[in-house]
Design a protein. Structure first.
Length: 186
């Protein structure tokens, strides 16, 4: 016999999903760097979460569980054969880049966000996951190690290497700091 439409478990899941989709989308976008793939990851994550919903300790365990499921979906997606053959260099020939000049993009566009996104997308997968979990999701070293199933030392080294690569990417040609780091120095 199937579940009734007014099942309280389904209603609780719908309420959770409606509130969690924006945050999951942002996290997925930071992990994969592509809006369309991020949407697919969120959908796959919610499907897996729905299957496990009755077993999850909701007051305390749902946030950590959903982050772990999203991360696993992203790692699984990266292992797919068609992803290995695909080369993403971020350059589409003969198409103007409207965001290349921040002055033309409008006063609301800062440019720093796009620079960071591109730099984050250039990091190796596990460094990117570590940096995103540590600084975007604000997980501790221990929590990040548990999600990634690695040691705390590995989290520390991946974080340090990732931050070094990000600093190098947002620095100017002569090592001069861009707006992102100048703003943080104040």
């Amino acid at each position: 016999m199937g579940k009734r439409r007014d099942d309280p478990e389904d209603e609780a899941f719908r309420r959770f999903a409606a509130g969690a989709i924006p945050a999951l989308g942002r996290l997925a976008r930071l992990l994969c760097g592509d809006g369309h793939t991020a949407d697919d990851l969120v959908q796959a994550c919610l499907i897996k979460l729905h299957r496990a919903w009755p077993r999850i300790d909701r007051p305390t365990g749902v946030d950590a569980y959903v982050r772990t499921v999203l991360l696993r979906c992203w790692l699984d997606e990266r292992r797919r054969p068609w992803r290995r053959r695909e080369a993403r260099d971020g350059v589409v020939p003969d198409v103007a880049d409207d965001l290349a000049d921040p002055a033309e993009a409008g006063p609301a566009f800062d440019g720093d966000v796009e620079v960071l996104r591109r730099a984050l997308a250039d990091l190796p997968a596990m460094q990117r996951a570590t940096v995103v979990l540590r600084y975007f999701s604000q997980l501790s070293i221990t929590e990040t190690a548990a999600v990634l199933r690695c040691s705390e030392g590995t989290v520390k080294s991946r974080t340090a290497r990732g931050l070094t690569a990000l600093r190098a990417a947002v620095s100017g040609p002569a090592g001069e700091l861009t707006l992102v780091e100048r703003r943080n120095d104040r």
